[in-house]
Ligand binder design. Sequence first.
Ligand code: PLP
Length: 356
Amino acid sequence: MSRFWSQVVHGLSPYVPGEQPKLGNLVKLNTNENPYGPGLRVLEALRAEAADSLRLYPDPNSERLRQVIAEYHGVERANVFVGNGSDEVLAHAFHALLKHDLPILFPDITYSFYPVYCGLYGIEYKEVALTDGFEIRVDDYLRPNGGIVFPNPNAPTGRALALNEIERLLLSNPDSVVVVDEAYVDFGAESAVGLVKRYPQLLVTHTLSKSRSLAGLRVGYAVGNAELIEALDRVKDSFNSYPLGRLAQAGATAAMQDRAYFESSCRKVISTREKLVADLQTLGFEVLPSAANFVLTRHPQYDGKELTAKLRERSIIVRHFRKPERIAPFMRITIGTDVQCAALVGALADILRQPV
Ligand SMILES: *Cc1c(COP(=O)(O)O)cnc(C)c1O
C-alpha cells in the first residue's frame, strides 16, 4: 500500500504464476512448459537475428509472422493478431471485446488470469460451475452475457469440449464475443479456428509457449473475424506499438514453419501422457481425461497439498491449487520427458509406501 498508488492499483489482485525455481537439478513439472526445446530451425533463425539490425525497431505489425500464421491456419492476414504471449493477446481481448454492460461468463474452475483481467479493466463476470465431472456444459452458457471465454482444453482440468458443442454455443450466442483460449489444443483437442469464417463473434487464441516450446520467447496470437482483429490492433496501438521484438518475430516465424518438429514433439508428449496416466492409475490415482500437456489427478487417501510437498522434498515440482476448494485435493502435473515422468511415478510409489 502506498499513497502514490492509483485507485486502480489498490483494487488489483494480480495473477500468481507457477514458481520458476533458481535451483537446477529439479524435475520441473509445474508450469506446463514443453520438455523438448525449440527445433534447430528456430535456433538458427534466432542466431541470424542477433545482429547489428537490433539497433532498429522491429516491424510494429509483425507482418511476416502474421502472414505465416494465416497460411498455417488457412485464413487471411486480416484474421490474425499477434502479441507478447497469449496472455497479452487475451488482455487486449478483454479490454477490446469483452467489456460491455452485461457480465461475461467463464467456468468456475479455469485459467486464473481471467478474473485478474476483469479486475484490471473493470469487467463484471459470472462464474459458471463445471459439472461434477469437471466438464463445461454448453447449456449453462445459453443466457444473456457480455461475452464468453474459456480454454479448450480447459486448464487446469485438461478436459476438452467437442467442436460440435462449441458450434452449438456459437449458434445460440450470436450477439457477444466468444473467446476460445486454445493454449493446449495441439495436445489432443479439436481447434475451433475452422469456425472463424462462419462465426464473426468467435476469437480463438493460441500460444507458442506450450506446443511450440517457446515459453521464453513470449509469443501468442489470435485468429478471428477482421473486425475483431481490428479492435485488438486498436488497443495494441494505444498501448505498445512494438509488442514483439525482432528475435521474437524471427523465432516465432521459424517455429510456425517447422511443422515436422512441432508435430513430432506433440506426439512424444501425448504418448508420455498416456503412459503417465496408466502408471498413476496403477498407483490408485484418479486422473481426469486430459487432452493437454498436463493431467489433474488425486489419490483417494492423500491430500494434494501434502503430496505436492512430499514430491518437493524429492526435488520434483508439481502444481497445487488451494482454490477453488473442489480442486484442492488434486495436483496438476505437467507432462515431462519419459525419464522425468518415470522419476515422478517412482517418487509417488515411494511416498505411498511410507506409513501414513
Ligand atoms: C499458458 C496459458 C496461456 C498463456 O500463454 P502465454 O502465451 O505464455 O502467455 C493462456 N491461457 C492458458 C489457459 C494457459 O494455460
